[in-house]
Design a protein around this ligand. Sequence first.
Ligand SMILES: *Cc1c(COP(=O)(O)O)cnc(C)c1O
Length: 490
Amino acid sequence: MNFIQTRGCDENKPTTVTFSQAILSPIASFGGLYVPEVLPNLGLEFLNKHLNSSYKDLALDMLNRFEIDIDQDVIKEALNLYDNFDDSSNPVPVVKVKENLYVSELYHGPTRAFKDMALQPFGVVLSSVAQKRNENYLILAATSGDTGPAALETFKNRANVQVACLYPYGGTSDVQRLQMVTEDAANLKVIGIRGVFDDAQNALKRLLASDEFKTSLKKKHVSLSAANSVNFGRIIFQIIYHIHSYLELVRQNAIKMDEKVYLNVPSGNFGNALGAYYAWKMGLGVEKIIISSNENNVLTKLIKTGKYDLRDLEVVGTTSPAMDILKSSNVERILYDMFGSKRTKELMDDLEEKNIYELSEDELETLQKCFDADFCLGDEGKKYIKDTFIKNSYLMDPHTATCFKSYETCSNPAIKTIAYSTAEWTKFSPVIANALTGEVDINDIEALESIAKEANLKIPAMVKGLFSKKITQNTIIDKEDIEKEILNFL
Ligand SMILES: *Cc1c(COP(=O)(O)O)cnc(C)c1O
């Protein structure tokens, strides 16, 4: 299958590319993205066939329907990484939390957040493509805390790939920082920036667009790529778990095959939600996709009013920092799917030039047929964390908690909901400890111990071990020095 471009073709790039090309250079004509030319239609037959399949068998068959230019043994090797999740026979447990509300837990991988779902297999795929082409790639990553650890973990010691990972020094949790700065491999460089996440993100965008930087890399026989969530190589692995979660509900006798459910997704850059949308279009029984946000609620406004309005907006820091995003990149792929490339380019140009785009009434109606949305403030989220722990004996993180609000405000209670849990309690422990016991100003290790005691849970060894692991990545610099630092590393 080939991939085409969301904003049409500018003649400098080919009209269609292969999957390999789309993952190596994910930015398309006019700054657009790559999307599959057609989505495979799986239908009921596929769902019935895989009712009792393992996660990996389901995944393999689904990936094969995309007919991507990756060898079978590479795909299999990539999927084998799900064996390292907590329960290799079921990497994504789906838990009933209360009547009609099921939580699909996407955080049972090595870095305890849902980024592992896609980045674990993606690392194998990208490295194998680079080896096959006999090329070396520098992967640039900017992280607010979850992507960095997952990207480092997946590319660690992989051939033909080096990673430079930028994070805001002081802007992540202790666990997130330790996950990065204790990674010890010659092909990894972790760089703390004196600044906020946006400084790291802007530096990354500047380097990705800089011809001078690319020329310097070429002298070292290195090409540039990015592992951010617009890469279709990540999106493709995020379709699978939506299908799996649906089949889990059928297996648990919660729904009949083909019954409609809500998929409720805590959203930032919209990769997770896009995977849900594609799964729906490929044949899953879905009533609506509910988009859950925090105080940074541009997506709620888009879905309620048809306006994507960034004028006079600034990102605010919240208790669910992985969703502190204003430019939610993957929404563009929805626009393309619904309204075509000409209109997508128009809308995205408006956003770039005027900081706002506005859908027509008809377009808004089309969008609202598929999506509804609400946002949850930090204090509301903490209340959901505490109440759900007390009433339903279920402990969740602040990102997951945003779904509990929209579950109440957006869904018909007679229809079952699958809400997605994107991080383990260990990753955002100070917020959770505060929600449960009211403790303030405690650090991660104190919070972890407090929650473990309160909820009678064990701190996973891979998290506890971080606090005594040797710190190997000590670089902390000003943002002006990023380019020099990366070239030195290479
Ligand atoms: C990345 C992330 C999200 C947002 O996912 P998107 O695919 O970017 O919408 C939500 N929660 C957590 C914990 C994350 O790490």
